[in-house]
Design a protein around this ligand. Sequence first.
Ligand code: FAD
Ligand code: HEM
Length: 407
Amino acid sequence: MSHATPRPVLSEATRALVRASVPALAEHGTLITTTMYRRLFQDASIRALFNQANQDGGSQPAALAGAILAYARHIDDLGALTGAVERMAQKHIAYHILPEHYPSVAKALLGAIGEVLGEAATPELLAAWGEAYWFLADLLIAREAAIRSEIEADAGGWRGWRRFTVAQRIVESELIVSFVLRPADGGAVLPHKPGQYLTLRLATPQGEIKRNYSISCGPNADHYRISVKREAQGHGGSRYLHDAVAVGDSLEATPPSGDFYLPDAPSRPVVLLSGGVGLTPMVSMLETIAAKHPQLETHYVHGTANSASHAMDAHVRRLASGHGRMRVASFYCEPRGGDAPGKTHDVDGLIDIAWLRSNTPLDQADVYLCGPRPFLRRFVQELAQAGVPGERIHYEFFGPSDEALAA
Ligand SMILES: Cc1cc2nc3c(=O)[nH]c(=O)nc-3n(C[C@H](O)[C@H](O)[C@H](O)COP(=O)(O)OP(=O)(O)OC[C@H]3O[C@@H](n4cnc5c(N)ncnc54)[C@H](O)[C@@H]3O)c2cc1C
Ligand code: HEM
Protein backbone atom coordinates (compact mmCIF):
# COMPACT_ATOMS: atom_id res chain seq x y z
CA MET A 1 0.00 0.00 0.00
CA SER A 2 1.44 3.38 -0.93
CA HIS A 3 0.28 6.70 0.41
CA ALA A 4 2.71 9.06 -1.26
CA THR A 5 -0.04 11.38 -2.54
CA PRO A 6 -1.42 13.64 0.20
CA ARG A 7 -5.04 12.77 1.03
CA PRO A 8 -7.84 15.31 0.90
CA VAL A 9 -8.94 16.98 4.11
CA LEU A 10 -10.82 14.63 6.45
CA SER A 11 -14.59 14.61 5.90
CA GLU A 12 -16.94 16.02 8.54
CA ALA A 13 -18.42 12.53 9.06
CA THR A 14 -14.95 11.10 9.81
CA ARG A 15 -14.07 13.96 12.12
CA ALA A 16 -17.38 13.54 13.99
CA LEU A 17 -16.68 9.83 14.58
CA VAL A 18 -13.12 10.54 15.73
CA ARG A 19 -14.34 13.34 18.04
CA ALA A 20 -16.97 11.04 19.52
CA SER A 21 -14.30 8.44 20.34
CA VAL A 22 -12.31 10.82 22.61
CA PRO A 23 -13.86 9.60 25.92
CA ALA A 24 -13.22 5.94 25.02
CA LEU A 25 -9.66 6.77 23.99
CA ALA A 26 -9.06 8.72 27.18
CA GLU A 27 -10.29 5.74 29.18
CA HIS A 28 -8.51 3.00 27.24
CA GLY A 29 -5.69 4.86 25.43
CA THR A 30 -2.74 3.08 26.99
CA LEU A 31 -4.48 -0.32 26.80
CA ILE A 32 -5.10 0.28 23.10
CA THR A 33 -1.48 1.22 22.41
CA THR A 34 -0.09 -1.61 24.56
CA THR A 35 -2.33 -4.00 22.64
CA MET A 36 -1.21 -2.34 19.41
CA TYR A 37 2.47 -2.90 20.23
CA ARG A 38 1.79 -6.55 21.17
CA ARG A 39 0.23 -7.06 17.74
CA LEU A 40 2.91 -4.99 15.98
CA PHE A 41 5.82 -6.83 17.60
CA GLN A 42 4.62 -10.20 16.34
CA ASP A 43 6.65 -9.13 13.31
CA ALA A 44 10.27 -9.43 14.48
CA SER A 45 11.59 -7.05 11.81
CA ILE A 46 9.24 -4.30 13.05
CA ARG A 47 10.07 -5.06 16.68
CA ALA A 48 13.76 -4.60 15.88
CA LEU A 49 13.11 -0.97 14.86
CA PHE A 50 12.21 0.02 18.44
CA ASN A 51 13.99 0.79 21.69
CA GLN A 52 12.65 -2.00 23.88
CA ALA A 53 13.62 -0.25 27.14
CA ASN A 54 10.92 2.36 26.48
CA GLN A 55 8.34 -0.39 25.99
CA ASP A 56 9.06 -2.20 29.25
CA GLY A 57 8.48 0.89 31.39
CA GLY A 58 5.34 1.72 29.39
CA SER A 59 6.67 5.16 28.47
CA GLN A 60 6.55 4.67 24.68
CA PRO A 61 2.98 3.25 24.65
CA ALA A 62 2.04 6.17 26.92
CA ALA A 63 3.65 8.67 24.52
CA LEU A 64 1.83 7.16 21.55
CA ALA A 65 -1.48 7.04 23.45
CA GLY A 66 -0.97 10.71 24.35
CA ALA A 67 -0.31 11.54 20.69
CA ILE A 68 -3.41 9.69 19.47
CA LEU A 69 -5.59 11.34 22.08
CA ALA A 70 -4.18 14.79 21.25
CA TYR A 71 -4.83 14.06 17.59
CA ALA A 72 -8.47 13.10 18.24
CA ARG A 73 -8.96 16.17 20.44
CA HIS A 74 -7.53 18.50 17.79
CA ILE A 75 -9.11 16.83 14.79
CA ASP A 76 -10.80 20.16 13.85
CA ASP A 77 -7.65 22.22 14.44
CA LEU A 78 -4.67 20.16 13.32
CA GLY A 79 -2.46 23.27 13.22
CA ALA A 80 -2.24 22.92 17.03
CA LEU A 81 -0.27 19.70 16.48
CA THR A 82 2.51 21.12 14.30
CA GLY A 83 5.07 21.01 17.11
CA ALA A 84 4.10 17.45 18.07
CA VAL A 85 4.28 16.27 14.44
CA GLU A 86 7.78 17.74 14.11
CA ARG A 87 8.93 15.97 17.26
CA MET A 88 7.52 12.61 16.06
CA ALA A 89 9.08 13.08 12.62
CA GLN A 90 12.48 13.82 14.17
CA LYS A 91 12.19 10.69 16.38
CA HIS A 92 11.27 8.63 13.33
CA ILE A 93 14.34 9.94 11.48
CA ALA A 94 16.43 8.98 14.52
CA TYR A 95 15.17 5.38 14.37
CA HIS A 96 15.26 5.26 10.56
CA ILE A 97 11.51 4.67 10.18
CA LEU A 98 10.52 4.52 6.49
CA PRO A 99 7.18 4.81 4.60
CA GLU A 100 7.02 1.04 4.16
CA HIS A 101 6.74 0.63 7.95
CA TYR A 102 3.47 2.58 8.21
CA PRO A 103 0.98 -0.07 7.00
CA SER A 104 2.02 -2.45 9.83
CA VAL A 105 1.17 0.20 12.43
CA ALA A 106 -2.19 0.91 10.75
CA LYS A 107 -3.09 -2.76 10.88
CA ALA A 108 -1.95 -3.18 14.49
CA LEU A 109 -3.68 0.03 15.65
CA LEU A 110 -7.04 -0.77 14.05
CA GLY A 111 -6.83 -4.35 15.29
CA ALA A 112 -6.14 -3.05 18.82
CA ILE A 113 -9.03 -0.54 18.74
CA GLY A 114 -11.30 -3.41 17.67
CA GLU A 115 -9.96 -5.74 20.36
CA VAL A 116 -10.19 -3.23 23.24
CA LEU A 117 -13.46 -1.47 22.38
CA GLY A 118 -15.26 -4.68 21.37
CA GLU A 119 -18.76 -4.03 20.04
CA ALA A 120 -18.30 -0.27 20.39
CA ALA A 121 -15.78 -0.50 17.53
CA THR A 122 -18.36 -0.36 14.75
CA PRO A 123 -17.26 -0.74 11.12
CA GLU A 124 -17.93 3.03 10.69
CA LEU A 125 -15.69 3.91 13.64
CA LEU A 126 -12.89 1.64 12.39
CA ALA A 127 -13.17 3.12 8.89
CA ALA A 128 -13.02 6.65 10.33
CA TRP A 129 -9.94 5.81 12.39
CA GLY A 130 -8.33 4.16 9.36
CA GLU A 131 -8.84 7.34 7.39
CA ALA A 132 -7.64 9.52 10.27
CA TYR A 133 -4.55 7.32 10.78
CA TRP A 134 -3.51 7.66 7.14
CA PHE A 135 -4.11 11.39 7.20
CA LEU A 136 -1.62 11.78 10.06
CA ALA A 137 0.70 9.12 8.62
CA ASP A 138 0.84 11.00 5.31
CA LEU A 139 1.79 14.21 7.12
CA LEU A 140 4.57 12.36 8.94
CA ILE A 141 5.76 10.52 5.82
CA ALA A 142 5.95 13.79 3.87
CA ARG A 143 7.79 15.65 6.65
CA GLU A 144 10.18 12.74 7.18
CA ALA A 145 10.95 12.62 3.45
CA ALA A 146 11.70 16.36 3.49
CA ILE A 147 13.99 16.07 6.55
CA ARG A 148 15.77 13.09 4.99
CA SER A 149 16.43 14.88 1.69
CA GLU A 150 17.71 17.96 3.53
CA ILE A 151 20.10 15.83 5.60
CA GLU A 152 21.33 13.88 2.56
CA ALA A 153 21.84 17.06 0.49
CA ASP A 154 23.99 18.75 3.16
CA ALA A 155 27.77 18.26 3.28
CA GLY A 156 28.55 15.36 5.61
CA GLY A 157 24.93 14.13 5.55
CA TRP A 158 23.97 10.48 5.26
CA ARG A 159 20.98 8.12 5.27
CA GLY A 160 20.23 5.49 7.91
CA TRP A 161 23.00 3.84 9.89
CA ARG A 162 26.64 4.92 9.45
CA ARG A 163 29.67 3.42 11.16
CA PHE A 164 31.73 5.59 13.55
CA THR A 165 35.00 4.93 15.35
CA VAL A 166 35.60 5.96 18.95
CA ALA A 167 38.51 8.40 18.62
CA GLN A 168 38.66 9.44 22.29
CA ARG A 169 37.18 8.37 25.62
CA ILE A 170 37.17 11.03 28.36
CA VAL A 171 36.17 10.51 32.00
CA GLU A 172 34.16 13.64 32.89
CA SER A 173 32.91 12.76 36.41
CA GLU A 174 32.37 9.70 38.58
CA LEU A 175 29.40 8.66 36.40
CA ILE A 176 29.82 10.44 33.05
CA VAL A 177 32.17 9.46 30.23
CA SER A 178 32.45 11.26 26.87
CA PHE A 179 33.09 9.52 23.57
CA VAL A 180 34.42 11.39 20.54
CA LEU A 181 33.09 9.73 17.38
CA ARG A 182 34.57 10.05 13.88
CA PRO A 183 33.15 8.42 10.75
CA ALA A 184 34.90 5.13 9.99
CA ASP A 185 34.73 6.00 6.26
CA GLY A 186 36.97 9.03 6.89
CA GLY A 187 34.36 11.43 5.47
CA ALA A 188 32.90 14.60 6.93
CA VAL A 189 30.03 14.71 9.42
CA LEU A 190 26.90 16.78 9.10
CA PRO A 191 27.22 19.73 11.51
CA HIS A 192 24.34 19.26 13.96
CA LYS A 193 22.07 21.95 15.38
CA PRO A 194 23.26 22.56 18.96
CA GLY A 195 20.87 20.58 21.19
CA GLN A 196 20.22 17.71 18.75
CA TYR A 197 20.97 14.08 19.53
CA LEU A 198 22.51 11.06 17.83
CA THR A 199 20.93 7.63 17.91
CA LEU A 200 23.37 4.77 18.44
CA ARG A 201 22.91 1.13 17.53
CA LEU A 202 25.00 -0.92 19.94
CA ALA A 203 25.85 -4.56 19.35
CA THR A 204 25.85 -5.72 22.99
CA PRO A 205 26.31 -9.36 24.04
CA GLN A 206 22.59 -9.33 25.04
CA GLY A 207 21.59 -8.19 21.55
CA GLU A 208 21.19 -4.95 19.67
CA ILE A 209 20.29 -1.83 21.68
CA LYS A 210 19.35 1.61 20.31
CA ARG A 211 19.77 4.73 22.40
CA ASN A 212 19.58 8.50 21.85
CA TYR A 213 22.48 10.68 23.10
CA SER A 214 22.54 14.47 22.86
CA ILE A 215 25.67 15.73 21.12
CA SER A 216 27.75 17.51 23.75
CA CYS A 217 30.12 19.47 21.47
CA GLY A 218 29.49 22.38 19.15
CA PRO A 219 28.70 21.75 15.47
CA ASN A 220 31.72 20.96 13.28
CA ALA A 221 32.51 18.96 10.17
CA ASP A 222 34.63 16.11 11.50
CA HIS A 223 33.38 14.63 14.75
CA TYR A 224 30.61 14.34 17.34
CA ARG A 225 31.01 13.99 21.09
CA ILE A 226 28.46 12.31 23.33
CA SER A 227 28.61 12.22 27.14
CA VAL A 228 26.96 9.27 28.78
CA LYS A 229 25.89 8.68 32.38
CA ARG A 230 26.25 5.09 33.57
CA GLU A 231 22.81 3.83 34.65
CA ALA A 232 23.56 0.86 36.90
CA GLN A 233 19.92 -0.34 36.95
CA GLY A 234 19.05 0.06 33.27
CA HIS A 235 18.84 -2.39 30.38
CA GLY A 236 22.52 -2.05 29.66
CA GLY A 237 22.94 0.58 26.92
CA SER A 238 24.95 2.99 29.05
CA ARG A 239 26.70 0.15 30.94
CA TYR A 240 27.83 -1.27 27.62
CA LEU A 241 29.23 2.09 26.50
CA HIS A 242 31.03 2.63 29.84
CA ASP A 243 32.31 -0.87 30.42
CA ALA A 244 32.91 -2.32 26.96
CA VAL A 245 33.51 0.46 24.43
CA ALA A 246 37.13 1.59 24.06
CA VAL A 247 39.11 3.86 21.73
CA GLY A 248 39.25 2.24 18.27
CA ASP A 249 35.91 0.42 18.66
CA SER A 250 33.14 1.12 16.26
CA LEU A 251 29.42 1.73 16.59
CA GLU A 252 26.66 2.90 14.28
CA ALA A 253 24.59 6.09 14.31
CA THR A 254 21.78 7.76 12.36
CA PRO A 255 22.16 11.48 11.52
CA PRO A 256 21.63 14.13 14.22
CA SER A 257 17.95 14.77 14.84
CA GLY A 258 15.62 16.45 17.28
CA ASP A 259 13.63 19.65 17.47
CA PHE A 260 15.31 21.00 20.62
CA TYR A 261 18.09 23.31 19.51
CA LEU A 262 19.48 26.82 19.68
CA PRO A 263 18.39 28.68 16.53
CA ASP A 264 20.99 29.94 14.03
CA ALA A 265 20.37 33.54 15.03
CA PRO A 266 19.08 33.73 18.63
CA SER A 267 16.95 36.84 18.97
CA ARG A 268 16.73 37.08 22.78
CA PRO A 269 19.01 36.44 25.78
CA VAL A 270 19.16 32.75 26.68
CA VAL A 271 18.86 30.96 30.00
CA LEU A 272 20.09 27.37 29.89
CA LEU A 273 18.96 25.22 32.78
CA SER A 274 20.13 21.66 33.34
CA GLY A 275 20.08 18.95 35.96
CA GLY A 276 22.60 16.06 36.10
CA VAL A 277 23.48 14.56 32.73
CA GLY A 278 20.96 16.98 31.18
CA LEU A 279 23.98 19.23 30.73
CA THR A 280 24.95 17.59 27.42
CA PRO A 281 22.82 19.65 24.97
CA MET A 282 23.67 22.77 27.00
CA VAL A 283 27.41 22.27 26.55
CA SER A 284 26.82 22.02 22.79
CA MET A 285 24.86 25.30 22.93
CA LEU A 286 27.51 26.97 25.10
CA GLU A 287 30.29 25.97 22.66
CA THR A 288 28.18 27.38 19.82
CA ILE A 289 27.49 30.64 21.65
CA ALA A 290 31.21 30.98 22.49
CA ALA A 291 32.14 30.44 18.82
CA LYS A 292 29.38 32.27 16.97
CA HIS A 293 27.42 34.64 19.20
CA PRO A 294 29.83 36.94 21.05
CA GLN A 295 27.07 39.44 21.88
CA LEU A 296 24.49 36.96 23.17
CA GLU A 297 23.65 37.41 26.86
CA THR A 298 23.76 33.87 28.24
CA HIS A 299 23.01 32.42 31.67
CA TYR A 300 23.87 28.81 32.35
CA VAL A 301 22.43 27.33 35.56
CA HIS A 302 23.29 23.73 36.39
CA GLY A 303 22.32 21.52 39.30
CA THR A 304 24.12 18.34 40.33
CA ALA A 305 24.86 16.40 43.52
CA ASN A 306 28.42 17.57 44.23
CA SER A 307 31.91 17.97 42.78
CA ALA A 308 32.24 14.21 42.21
CA SER A 309 29.24 14.16 39.88
CA HIS A 310 29.89 17.58 38.31
CA ALA A 311 31.00 17.04 34.68
CA MET A 312 32.72 19.47 32.29
CA ASP A 313 32.78 22.35 34.78
CA ALA A 314 36.28 23.60 33.93
CA HIS A 315 35.43 23.52 30.22
CA VAL A 316 32.20 25.48 30.76
CA ARG A 317 33.97 28.08 32.96
CA ARG A 318 36.65 28.55 30.27
CA LEU A 319 33.98 29.12 27.63
CA ALA A 320 32.28 31.68 29.90
CA SER A 321 35.42 33.64 30.72
CA GLY A 322 36.43 33.73 27.03
CA HIS A 323 32.97 35.00 26.05
CA GLY A 324 32.37 37.78 28.55
CA ARG A 325 28.56 37.89 28.43
CA MET A 326 28.07 34.30 29.64
CA ARG A 327 27.32 33.76 33.35
CA VAL A 328 27.55 30.33 34.95
CA ALA A 329 26.01 29.22 38.26
CA SER A 330 26.15 25.72 39.69
CA PHE A 331 24.08 24.31 42.52
CA TYR A 332 25.10 21.28 44.64
CA CYS A 333 22.29 19.52 46.48
CA GLU A 334 24.55 17.05 48.32
CA PRO A 335 27.90 18.85 48.81
CA ARG A 336 30.63 16.51 50.03
CA GLY A 337 33.65 17.21 52.24
CA GLY A 338 35.74 19.94 50.60
CA ASP A 339 32.87 21.33 48.50
CA ALA A 340 32.26 24.99 49.31
CA PRO A 341 30.20 27.72 47.64
CA GLY A 342 32.53 30.17 45.90
CA LYS A 343 35.17 27.46 45.52
CA THR A 344 33.75 24.33 43.87
CA HIS A 345 30.28 25.67 43.08
CA ASP A 346 28.06 28.71 43.54
CA VAL A 347 25.04 27.78 45.64
CA ASP A 348 24.17 24.94 48.05
CA GLY A 349 20.82 23.19 47.51
CA LEU A 350 18.46 22.85 44.58
CA ILE A 351 17.90 25.44 41.86
CA ASP A 352 14.67 27.31 42.58
CA ILE A 353 12.43 29.64 40.65
CA ALA A 354 12.92 32.56 43.06
CA TRP A 355 16.69 32.42 42.46
CA LEU A 356 16.13 32.25 38.69
CA ARG A 357 13.78 35.20 38.82
CA SER A 358 16.30 37.34 40.71
CA ASN A 359 19.40 36.28 38.81
CA THR A 360 18.37 35.69 35.19
CA PRO A 361 16.31 37.74 32.69
CA LEU A 362 13.26 35.42 32.73
CA ASP A 363 11.05 38.25 31.50
CA GLN A 364 12.89 38.40 28.15
CA ALA A 365 14.91 35.24 27.66
CA ASP A 366 14.37 32.02 25.77
CA VAL A 367 14.72 29.29 28.39
CA TYR A 368 16.19 25.89 27.42
CA LEU A 369 15.82 23.05 29.91
CA CYS A 370 17.05 19.49 30.13
CA GLY A 371 17.14 17.16 33.09
CA PRO A 372 15.38 14.32 34.90
CA ARG A 373 11.60 14.11 34.71
CA PRO A 374 10.86 15.69 38.17
CA PHE A 375 13.26 18.56 37.36
CA LEU A 376 11.56 19.23 34.02
CA ARG A 377 8.05 18.83 35.36
CA ARG A 378 8.78 21.30 38.13
CA PHE A 379 10.49 23.98 36.06
CA VAL A 380 8.24 23.78 33.00
CA GLN A 381 5.32 24.48 35.35
CA GLU A 382 7.07 27.05 37.55
CA LEU A 383 8.40 29.01 34.58
CA ALA A 384 4.88 29.17 33.15
CA GLN A 385 3.56 30.31 36.54
CA ALA A 386 6.34 32.93 36.65
CA GLY A 387 4.89 34.37 33.44
CA VAL A 388 7.31 32.93 30.86
CA PRO A 389 5.14 32.26 27.79
CA GLY A 390 5.12 28.74 26.34
CA GLU A 391 6.89 29.79 23.13
CA ARG A 392 9.94 30.86 25.19
CA ILE A 393 10.16 27.56 27.13
CA HIS A 394 12.03 24.81 25.26
CA TYR A 395 12.80 21.45 26.82
CA GLU A 396 14.31 18.08 26.06
CA PHE A 397 13.44 14.98 28.02
CA PHE A 398 15.74 11.96 27.85
CA GLY A 399 12.88 9.56 27.03
CA PRO A 400 9.62 9.47 25.08
CA SER A 401 7.71 12.65 25.80
CA ASP A 402 4.24 12.46 27.28
CA GLU A 403 1.48 14.88 28.09
CA ALA A 404 2.41 14.94 31.78
CA LEU A 405 5.27 17.37 31.14
CA ALA A 406 3.13 19.98 29.46
CA ALA A 407 2.47 23.00 31.64
C1 FAD B 1 16.71 12.78 23.14
C2 FAD B 1 17.52 12.02 24.19
C3 FAD B 1 18.80 12.43 24.49
C4 FAD B 1 19.54 11.75 25.46
N1 FAD B 1 20.80 12.20 25.76
C5 FAD B 1 21.51 11.58 26.72
C6 FAD B 1 22.82 12.06 27.08
O1 FAD B 1 23.32 13.06 26.53
N2 FAD B 1 23.51 11.38 28.03
C7 FAD B 1 22.97 10.29 28.68
O2 FAD B 1 23.66 9.71 29.53
N3 FAD B 1 21.75 9.82 28.36
C8 FAD B 1 21.02 10.44 27.40
N4 FAD B 1 19.77 9.95 27.07
C9 FAD B 1 19.28 8.72 27.74
C10 FAD B 1 19.79 7.49 27.00
O3 FAD B 1 19.16 7.40 25.73
C11 FAD B 1 19.50 6.18 27.75
O4 FAD B 1 18.14 6.16 28.11
C12 FAD B 1 20.36 6.04 28.98
O5 FAD B 1 21.75 5.98 28.61
C13 FAD B 1 20.00 4.78 29.77
O6 FAD B 1 20.10 3.67 28.94
P1 FAD B 1 20.33 2.23 29.58
O7 FAD B 1 20.16 1.23 28.51
O8 FAD B 1 21.61 2.21 30.34
O9 FAD B 1 19.17 2.18 30.62
P2 FAD B 1 17.61 2.00 30.34
O10 FAD B 1 17.27 0.59 30.35
O11 FAD B 1 17.23 2.79 29.19
O12 FAD B 1 17.08 2.65 31.67
C14 FAD B 1 16.67 4.00 31.73
C15 FAD B 1 16.28 4.37 33.14
O13 FAD B 1 15.36 3.46 33.69
C16 FAD B 1 15.86 2.91 34.90
N5 FAD B 1 15.56 1.47 34.91
C17 FAD B 1 15.52 0.65 33.84
N6 FAD B 1 15.22 -0.60 34.22
C18 FAD B 1 15.07 -0.57 35.55
C19 FAD B 1 14.75 -1.54 36.50
N7 FAD B 1 14.53 -2.81 36.18
N8 FAD B 1 14.67 -1.16 37.79
C20 FAD B 1 14.88 0.12 38.14
N9 FAD B 1 15.18 1.10 37.28
C21 FAD B 1 15.27 0.76 36.00
C22 FAD B 1 17.34 3.12 34.84
O14 FAD B 1 17.93 3.30 36.11
C23 FAD B 1 17.44 4.37 34.08
O15 FAD B 1 17.27 5.47 34.92
C24 FAD B 1 19.00 10.61 26.11
C25 FAD B 1 17.72 10.18 25.76
C26 FAD B 1 16.98 10.87 24.83
C27 FAD B 1 15.59 10.41 24.48
C1 HEM C 1 0.64 7.90 12.33
C2 HEM C 1 1.58 7.06 12.73
C3 HEM C 1 2.50 7.27 13.90
C4 HEM C 1 2.36 8.07 15.01
C5 HEM C 1 1.20 8.98 15.38
C6 HEM C 1 3.55 7.90 15.82
C7 HEM C 1 3.79 8.55 17.02
C8 HEM C 1 4.96 8.48 17.72
C9 HEM C 1 5.24 9.20 18.95
C10 HEM C 1 4.28 10.13 19.67
C11 HEM C 1 6.49 8.90 19.33
C12 HEM C 1 7.23 9.41 20.58
C13 HEM C 1 7.97 10.67 20.21
C14 HEM C 1 8.69 11.26 21.39
O1 HEM C 1 9.58 10.63 21.95
O2 HEM C 1 8.34 12.35 21.75
C15 HEM C 1 7.03 7.98 18.36
C16 HEM C 1 8.28 7.42 18.42
C17 HEM C 1 8.65 6.33 17.68
N1 HEM C 1 7.93 5.76 16.64
FE1 HEM C 1 6.19 6.41 15.87
N2 HEM C 1 4.37 6.99 15.21
C18 HEM C 1 3.76 6.58 14.04
C19 HEM C 1 4.27 5.66 13.14
C20 HEM C 1 5.37 4.87 13.38
C21 HEM C 1 5.78 3.76 12.56
C22 HEM C 1 5.10 3.33 11.28
C23 HEM C 1 6.88 3.22 13.16
C24 HEM C 1 7.66 1.98 12.75
C25 HEM C 1 7.08 0.83 12.51
C26 HEM C 1 7.18 4.01 14.33
C27 HEM C 1 8.26 3.80 15.17
C28 HEM C 1 8.63 4.67 16.20
C29 HEM C 1 9.84 4.51 16.98
C30 HEM C 1 10.89 3.40 16.82
C31 HEM C 1 9.86 5.56 17.91
C32 HEM C 1 10.90 5.83 19.00
C33 HEM C 1 10.53 4.95 20.16
C34 HEM C 1 11.32 5.19 21.40
O3 HEM C 1 11.76 6.33 21.70
O4 HEM C 1 11.46 4.21 22.11
N3 HEM C 1 6.24 5.00 14.44
N4 HEM C 1 6.07 7.74 17.39
